[in-house]
Design a binder for this molecule. Structure first.
Ligand code: 87F
Length: 631
């Protein structure tokens, strides 16, 4: 800074250092700048372009008192640095690197470089009203051109989300909460059909329980939020807010399970969870608090447990398909990508073609006996022998609402699957001056009441301060599946006109069979949405047999299906190489940057030839696997 105090920051390449960060350390001024060439030489005996943390051992006068590490480094197992220039890379185990710092007498601490001040609503500008008091409706960005701005506008203008002044937290408005209630009601019935019962465990967890499972907590500990105070007093023992409930529920499972007669335990809870993430937040997709259900079961043997794991991922897949009209790729995670506490992890993956990113849609884990060994969930079998229980856990979150929005919606706004739409049918009267005005209203009311009677969620938009054109745009923006238009000619011909949101197809039906025709349209509606999404997903899965094909399709924003050796280090290398090569290819084009990782090894496998080799390392291929950039 201006007083020549030196700060040494080590940040991941994609971390943006926020100006608010400097306020959190005691700089003499906020005006901190990159050091100049001369000072670089003086302090670190190095030059521009060759700065790397190993040069810290040249700082013999100890001008740099402290090193600030990017919080995200906490989650990594190894780090990569350019030694002197960018023609080569040194990989170093993180703990060895930290030992190096300690050994040369440097103290370090982790910081969140990206923390921002509370954000105000981004959208105020576009919410200005026009002279008639109507909100400007158009989305100003195209889904294919600027996906992230497009998404921000859809969720605001369709009134799914309102911003909130705690970073990473959002308000779910009635239009999106209705979707969540529909998902809850669908899944809850399916769970109960499997004999699963609902419970509620507290949201607080003591450190001793949270940390009792080292392997699984290590990678996540940076995200755990803690309550340290009440009022102005400090708690004797801080308590964590649940990021997930294994360590909350399983000590009790241990109490409940004594004999084989106490098994299975089949429990689920609908809750919120908190994970204080530092990656850039995206409403619904990555938020610091979210809603979910988490199921936790315990069984006598592996077979019963495996079948639970698969039953649950099947229910999730069906929910995406039958309720939300979203096709997914169902499979098992690679060793690198599975939940660390699990024996194996099953998943449904989706893909957003417009920004080339895959999203994990839900997950169901076999925990094997990993947790029962830690929490001592032991039962005595029929032969009086003691065994550890076999366990599963599975979760489905409000991320699904983001997935619906991203998959289905278009440049006119949201498109809702009709089964989760708060309004399924909107009736808009069309007045031509005063011609047949009261007949039109009566006609609309008749259609409305017949549909209500049949259990259709219908809204008769009789607001007289808005034009019909405005109403069309308004309901299109909000994603309402079916619009019924009734004007003078409909009244005269005893028909009604429907317009489908998903493809703008207009059809006229006779007034005689309102309910039958509308239900028919809605049924077709679901299939149209699903088929569209299915086609888009499968058009974007590209088979790659070698590295060149892989990188070329990855850089076109595709997901790749490759023959693979299933080796962990092979995946590490692909991850690293794809990050470097896509950076070179993308040239600042943000949408094409980032590394590829495996999404899943699909359950549905094409047969591999006996001389098929891994697309990357040429070892024998054992499975087809799907790769992509993901959220
Ligand atoms: C963040 C902080 C602490 C994910 C975390 O997937 C712990 C965790 O254990 C953590 N983020 N996980 C894995 C969650 C596993 C599992 N739990 C039940 C699920 C589904 C529902």
């Amino acid at each position: 800074d201006k007083k020549k105090t030196y700060y040494y920051l080590i940040a991941l390449e994609d971390t943006k250092i926020n100006k608010d960060f400097w306020k959190t350390i005691n700089t003499t001024s906020n005006n901190v700048r990159f050091t100049n060439e001369e000072q670089l030489h003086e302090v670190l005996s190095t030059k521009k372009g060759s700065v790397n943390p190993f040069s810290l051992c040249n700082d013999s006068d100890k001008l740099i008192k402290k090193v600030y590490l990017d919080q995200k480094i906490n989650n990594l197992s190894y780090l990569s640095f350019h030694p002197m220039d960018n023609s080569s890379t040194i990989e170093i185990d993180k703990n060895s690197f930290l030992n190096f710092l300690t050994n040369i007498g440097i103290s370090y601490s982790y910081h969140n470089f990206e923390e921002t001040a509370p954000q105000e609503s981004k959208i105020t500008k576009t919410e200005e009203k026009n002279e008639k008091g109507e909100t400007k409706l158009k989305i100003e960005f195209k889904k294919t051109e600027n996906f992230s701005e497009w998404y921000s506008q859809v969720i605001i203008k369709a009134e799914l989300i309102e911003y909130y002044d705690v970073s990473g937290c959002y308000i779910l408005r009635p239009n999106s909460y209705f979707i969540w209630e529909s998902i809850q009601s669908y899944l809850d019935k399916k769970f109960k059909g499997q004999g699963v019962k609902n419970v509620y465990f507290p949201m607080f967890v003591r450190a001793k329980n949270l940390e009792s499972e080292k392997e699984h907590v290590e990678g996540f500990s940076a995200e755990v939020a803690w309550v340290t105070h009440y009022g102005k007093s400090k708690l004797n023992e801080p308590v964590a807010i649940r990021p997930t409930s294994e360590t909350i529920m399983y000590p009790t499972y241990s109490k409940w399970v004594k004999s084989h007669r106490d098994l299975p335990i089949l429990l689920n809870q609908w809750t919120n969870v908190v994970r204080w993430e530092f990656k850039h937040p995206t409403p619904f997709i990555r938020t610091r608090e979210f809603l979910w259900q988490e199921g936790h079961t315990a069984h006598k043997n592996k077979e019963e447990n495996d079948s639970m794991v698969h039953k649950m991922i099947d229910i999730y897949e069906e929910c995406y398909k039958d309720l939300l009209a979203i096709p997914t790729i169902k499979g098992v995670k690679s060793i690198n990508e599975k939940f660390a506490g699990a024996e194996y992890t099953t998943t449904c993956e989706t893909f957003i073609a417009e920004n080339g990113r895959a999203i994990q849609a839900c997950t169901s884990h076999s925990l094997g006996q990993n947790f029962s060994k830690i929490f001592n969930i032991v039962y005595e079998d029929e032969n009086k022998e003691k065994n550890f229980a076999w366990q599963s856990s599975w979760g489905f979150t409000t991320r699904s609402i983001g997935i619906i929005t991203m998959i289905h919606s278009d440049d006119q706004g949201l498109i809702l699957p009709y089964k989760v739409a708060h309004i399924q049918v909107v009736i808009v009267p069309i007045f031509v001056k005063e011609k047949l005005r009261s007949e039109i209203i009566d006609f609309c009311k008749r259609v409305e009441s017949e549909l209500i009677e049949a259990g259709v969620r219908v809204y008769f938009d009789n607001r007289d301060s808005y034009t019909s054109g405005f109403k069309f745009n308004d309901w299109e923006m909000k994603g309402i599946p079916l619009r019924i238009e009734i004007g003078p000619s409909e009244v005269q011909e005893k028909i009604f006109k429907t317009v489908r949101r998903v493809d703008s197809i207009k059809t006229s039906f006779s007034i005689d069979k309102i309910t039958e025709n509308v239900n028919n349209e809605l049924g077709k509606y679901h299939d149209i949405m699903y088929d569209k999404a299915y086609k888009k997903l499968h058009e974007n899965i590209i088979i790659a047999k070698n590295w060149t094909e892989f990188m070329s399709s990855l850089n076109k924003g595709k997901v790749l299906k490759t023959p693979w050796c299933e080796d962990q280090t092979c995946e590490d290398k692909v991850k690293e190489k794809s990050a470097i090569e896509s950076r070179q290819a993308s040239n600042e084009d943000k949408t094409l940057s980032g590394s590829a990782k495996t999404l899943c090894i699909p359950f549905k496998q094409d047969t591999l030839g006996c001389d098929d080799v891994c697309f990357h390392c040429d070892k024998k291929a054992s499975k087809y696997v799907i790769w992509g950039r993901s959220y």
